[in-house]
Write a protein that binds this ligand. Sequence first.
Ligand code: IMP
Ligand code: MG
Length: 181
Amino acid sequence: MALHSEFERILVTEEEIQNRLDELAAEISDDYRGKGSIVLVGILKGSYMFMADLARRLTIPHYIDFMALSSYGSKTVSGAVRVLLDLRADIYDKHVLIVEDIVDTGNTIDYLSMMLNARNPASLKSVVLTRKVGKAINTPVDYLGFEIPDVWVVGYGLDFAERHRTWPYIAELKPEAYSGK
Ligand code: IMP
Ligand code: MG
């Protein structure tokens, strides 16, 4: 199958993602077994596919909720994160697991963790599908799918300007596809 002309290469194949999800779901199910229902908090839009595939593999009681966030201003300036859509449910005294597609600078998940911790959940952890190598080294991630190079990636929920979300794999975008835009 020919690769899309804007893609440099496939970084994580569909099979690698699906196999890793089996492992992550087993580990998470073991860790939370006997603790009652947990709340999965998916961060829109990027985590929608990851959330669907991960949640269906969990063997513990859980329910799902979503938040949508956007960062203020430039990507290079670490700052506050704007909440576009908040949780429906109160997470006070609940076991909460953040489900995030990617950690780049760590700014989004750091800010989100601070926000959710202020609501006094019973516990707060995160499962992150991909993290860019060498970035966000001080951001704690409890369950990590894959370390990837520090490049722009798309597919499996991840986008570039709303495009390429629905590929079943994670691909590296060619620099010429996003530079100058
Ligand atoms: P951070 O706050 O720098 O860690 O960036 C996190 C957010 O930026 C993610 O939730 C994504 O929405 C977006 N993001 C960062 N890198 C990429 C990428 O390579 N592809 C698609 N989205 C990305
Ligand atoms: Mg995101």
